[in-house]
Design a protein. Structure first.
Lengths: 508, 163
């Protein structure tokens, strides 16, 4: 039996003695008794030494009681007191003479056993407590070691982040002196990390920007609020500085600053802005050019058309049939070109933002105006036009008119055998109004679904359906300008539905 | 008062023609129309349109903005005050807007009907001329028949009842 866990866990009962100790106790007692017997026999011729064996016996009894407890103590005591007279032969033979030492030795045995047991009990308890404590200490030590290792790892990670950070990072005390800087900040300042410690911000920064830095620090200290992304320029190079107070127990004890070089991004941003500006200018020039060109082209064409018509009206008799035919072609060509130029003009206007002011408009008014303009076509074809409730939208009024006029006009123009039935609708869809103009017309082959939105793109000859092919291109340009989209879903022979979106938010 | 009035008056009567009055054989009908237009082809078409609708009038033509201003300043001293002004917007030297503003600011012609006949249909032009007090804004049509219809509109403006 060893110092098992049961011993540690429970306090042993009073007087209980572990088995191994009983065995030792018996062993020692028997050895001492054997020594006593030996000495008694050996010292028999020398009665003056008889007391020695008596002490050896007594010591044996006490040892048995101390080490083995009550039972071995009492047993040894009884055996001795009854065997000694025999051994001594004549010494202490009377029962009266033996009783007093016997009883006193017995009592001594019991007391020694009791003291021994109590001592052992305490020892065992102490041992258990000790073991328990040692276990706890081991556990704590292990836990501490783990925590320590974890902390070391984290510290190493932080240290890596700190030293590898591409941004300059520094801590500055209230006296304006650097407490810590990372290598990036040090290299920005062109000095070693060590050279920064204890030196002021002014000492370490370039003289041209030291003032700017100090102003930022002063502001942060005065307001105790962080300052973000302050641009500081030093010659050709630009820096973005963010600075925030460092607090300990609610008190500002210093500043942290992050410095990021923005030279490249600023240069890129500037270049982007410039090229954007150039593009905008070029676009505006192009629009102006297209407008002027189409307007100036329009004028001579108008003369050609009208005077050819005047010629036809006044002198057709003198031209003969062939001459009349030629003149007819000339007028057709000129009229068509005139129409193309006019359409081109409308197309360039469709994206012009300075055309008119944006207003919140009721699409119903636009549809009404479109229908009024298409009155003749509607009457001729017997078109039925229905609409759902339309939302108020923000747009250039002329653009919405044009949009509906083109889409409704197409729905009427490209009708099938049945009279056109056109449905105009609007519904909410992902932050936008999704409007639709559906017809029961001839439909569009899916392979032309993209082509129809091109400028002057047509799927039919002039003899089949008249037109220049600008309408949908204008619609698309208007919607692009409005931040929306235009597309068609159609099946040949089964009608088409044109959808367009008008987002709630758009760039004017 | 402008002392140059008398001297300058003949310069804008250079273009003075009798228009439909001439064709109908009546020398002076009492109706006067001023055309401010630099394109002779358009002037001819306006005449045709007037003729088409049997508008008999003395037609005065000036071919640039500067001359138009002088015509207006001259007032009734050199030529009769027109009953109708047909004004192009895109004119040499002074544009139609300036001429229109000058007409509305003048003493004698401020109440005269002014029709803009321009190839522009830009809303900006339309709005501006209406703000300046134009009577009617007409876009130069691109077909003969449409152009001829203008004659009818001018006839209405002049208050001539259909025959």
């Amino acid at each position: 039996m060893g110092p098992g866990s049961d011993l540690r866990a429970t306090r042993p009962p009073f007087g209980a003695v572990p088995g191994f100790q009983i065995r030792y106790g018996f062993g020692i007692a028997i050895a001492l008794l054997a020594l006593g017997v030996f000495l008694t026999i050996v010292l028999r011729p020398f009665p003056q030494f008889g007391i020695v064996s008596a002490f050896v016996f007594l010591f044996g009894i006490w040892a048995a009681a101390w080490w083995g407890g009550y039972a071995p103590g009492l047993l040894v005591c009884a055996v001795l007191f009854f065997s000694i007279p025999t051994l001594r032969a004549g010494h202490l033979t009377s029962p009266g003479a033996i009783t007093v030492p016997f009883v006193s030795t017995m009592v001594t045995c019991v007391l020694i056993s009791a003291f021994s047991a109590n001592r052992m009990r305490r020892e065992i308890t102490l041992q258990a407590t000790n073991d328990e404590l040692e276990g706890k200490v081991r556990e704590r030590t292990q836990a501490l070691e783990e925590v320590n290792a974890d902390l070391q790892n984290r510290l190493a990670e932080l240290e890596t982040v700190y030293s590898e950070l591409v941004f300059g990072l520094g801590f500055v005390g209230l006296d304006g002196k650097y407490l810590r800087v990372n290598p990036t900040l040090a290299s920005i300042h062109g000095a070693s990390v060590e050279a920064h410690l204890g030196r002021t911000v002014r000492e370490m920064s370039s003289p041209t920007i030291a003032g700017s830095f100090e102003n930022i620090y002063r502001q942060v200290l005065a307001t105790e609020q962080p300052v973000f992304e302050q641009e500081v320029q030093d010659g050709d190079r630009c820096w973005s500085v963010s600075c925030a107070p460092v607090r300990s127990r609610g008190k500002v004890i210093g500043l942290q600053k992050i410095v990021r070089e923005t030279t490249e991004s600023r240069r890129a941003g500037k270049a982007l802005h410039q090229s954007n500006e150039r593009l905008r200018q070029a676009n505006s020039d192009l629009e102006q050019f297209a407008y002027s060109a189409s307007h100036d082209l329009q004028e001579p064409l108008r003369m050609v058309v009208i005077y050819s018509q005047l010629l036809q009206k006044r002198y057709s008799g003198k031209l003969g049939p062939e001459g009349q035919e030629y003149l007819g072609y000339a007028i057709d060509g000129a009229s068509r070109m005139s129409q193309l130029v006019r359409d081109l003009l409308s197309y360039t206007r469709a994206s012009s933002s300075e055309w008119e002011g944006v207003a919140t408009i009721d699409p119903n008014d636009s549809i009404d105006r479109a229908m009024a303009n298409l009155k003749v076509a509607i009457e001729q074809t017997g078109a039925q036009i229905s609409r759902t409730a339309m939302p108020q939208v923000e747009m250039y009024p002329a653009h919405l008119d044009q949009l509906f006029q083109n889409l409704i006009g197409n729905a009427i123009k490209y009708h099938g055998k049945e009279p056109p039935a056109i449905k105009i609708g609007a519904e909410r869809s992902a932050g936008a109004w999704l409007c639709s103009v559906a017809d029961n017309g001839i439909g569009i082959d899916s392979k032309y679904k993209e082509q129809i939105f091109g400028v002057f793109k047509r799927l039919h000859t002039n003899a089949e359906f008249s037109g220049t092919g600008i309408g949908l291109a204008i619609c698309q340009r208007i919607l692009e300008r409005r931040g929306g989209r235009l597309w068609v879903e159609s099946e040949q022979g089964k009608g088409s539905t044109f959808f367009f979106t008008l987002p709630d938010t758009w760039e004017r | 008062l402008n002392p140059n009035r008398e001297k300058e008056a003949p310069s804008f009567s250079l273009f003075r023609t009798l228009g439909s009055a001439e064709t109908s054989g009546v020398a002076d009908t009492g109706t006067n129309i001023l055309i401010v237009e630099d394109n002779p082809a358009d002037v001819l078409l306006i005449r045709e349109a007037l003729e088409e609708h049997a508008v008999r009038a003395n037609v005065y033509v000036v071919t640039d903005g500067e001359k138009a201003l002088r015509f207006i300043d001259a007032g009734a001293t050199s030529v009769p005050c027109p009953d109708l002004v047909i004004l192009d917007l895109n004119l040499p030297r002074r544009n139609g807007r300036e001429v229109l503003a000058h007409i509305r600011a003048s003493e004698e012609m401020s109440k005269v009907s002014v029709v803009i006949l321009s190839s522009s249909d830009a809303p900006r032009d339309i709005e501006e001329t209406f703000r300046l007090g134009v009577t009617q804004y007409l876009r130069k049509p691109s077909t003969l028949s449409e152009f001829m219809q203008i004659g009818g509109k001018l006839r209405e403006l002049l208050g001539i009842k259909p025959d």
